[in-house]
Design a protein around this ligand. Structure first.
Ligand SMILES: [Zn+2]
Ligand SMILES: [Zn+2]
Length: 341
């Protein structure tokens, strides 16, 4: 069996389509598989010589052995491959990978996700204008909800039937071959994601997304009236703030306040009320994260004035925010201790 895989591996080495800049490995593999009229799981098995790799989160981490197999299969420098893996470029938003096996802020995709699964975000204008359409690594990040190139909202499902996009399953009906661009179609209803509506985000959502993207790329920068010499110091605090706002009991009132103040769809209030206390804010659907991001813009623009004001308005004190098991960056800790005690 192994010999057979090796034979296939060699014949594909010359022909595999190259990986694009910032492309998710899953996206690259799916593109190649459909190009060769194979199921992605099948090509993954040939490349990695292991049937289980496809079921893991290959965008984030790969074993040394899998990296070697991939280097044998595709013309790519080892350092460029490492640059593609999210685990080796998460330092600007989550440098704590040593403490935990899971990279925070990542939307959950894949077969073996025990917790609630997400759908992959995408920008319809990006995939429509790409010479080779592909899915970007930063589309998996929960603190982004809009495209900084096209200034439109990311979508996180099929706009026609609401089926999630996960680049995992591809149905093959009898002998009908795959088309090379089938990965741009909804798996359920075949809607072409390039035709999805272009939705304009609010000014606040766009502004927050710009700041978030800048921090992600530069590793430092400003958000509202605060400057961060290391981006993750902002993201560590944002995580706590999003948890309060999107996942805690006290956050429900704050959420409704923001929906009213920014004239957002009041239907979101119902969905907010259904969020379980044990949820992680970065695993929530895009509509909820979007409002979390508008909230982050609201409190960062004049930090800490609006934050203190909204906390006092809804009786949110230190005991509602603070958890003894978690770490808080100084810029947030200081305000919690001084103003909300
Ligand atoms: Zn775009
Ligand atoms: Zn669909």
């Amino acid at each position: 069996m192994k010999k057979k895989y090796q034979g296939l591996e060699l014949s594909y080495r010359l022909q595999l389509l190259p990986i694009c800049k910032d492309e998710l490995i899953r996206s690259w593999l799916v593109r190649n598989a459909l190009f060769f009229n194979m199921k992605p799981a099948q090509l993954s098995t040939i490349i990695f010589q292991n049937t289980d790799v496809w079921k893991s989160d290959i965008d984030v981490q790969l074993s040394k052995r899998s990296i070697q197999s991939l280097l044998n299969a595709v013309e790519i420098l080892e350092k460029d491959l490492h640059q593609t893996l999210i685990s080796s470029k998460c330092g600007n938003f989550y440098p704590h990978l040593n403490d935990s096996k899971q990279v925070k802020w990542l939307l959950q995709l894949g077969v073996h996700q025990r917790r609630q699964k997400n759908s992959l975000q995408y920008c319809p204008a990006c995939i429509a204008s790409d010479k080779t359409p592909y899915f970007r690594t930063y589309w998996r990040l929960g603190f982004l909800t809009a495209c900084h190139i096209h200034n439109i909202c990311f979508l996180d499902d099929c706009p026609n039937c609401n089926y999630p996009i996960d680049l995992v399953r591809y149905k093959k009906t009898n002998d009908i071959p795959f088309e090379p661009l089938d990965y741009l179609k909804c798996d359920q209803c075949s809607f072409d994601l390039r035709d999805a509506p272009r939705i304009k985000p609010s000014h606040y959502e766009l502004e927050a997304n710009r700041e978030h993207f800048n921090l992600l790329v530069e590793g430092y920068g400003s958000v509202g009236n605060l400057s961060f010499s290391y981006s993750h110091i902002y993201y560590d605090g944002l995580k706590r703030i999003m948890s309060l706002f999107l996942c805690s009991e006290k956050g429900i009132d704050m959420f409704e306040y923001i929906v009213n103040a920014y004239d957002l769809n009041t239907g979101y209030n119902e969905r907010r009320a259904e969020i379980s206390l044990h949820s992680e804010p970065d695993h929530l659907p895009i509509q909820m994260r979007k409002i979390g991001i508008i909230f982050s813009h609201h409190i960062m623009k004049d930090w800490p004035v609006s934050f203190i004001k909204i906390c006092k308005k809804f009786g949110v004190t230190k005991r509602f925010i603070y958890s003894p098991y978690l770490k808080y960056p100084f810029w947030l800790q200081e305000i919690i201790d001084l103003e909300l005690n």
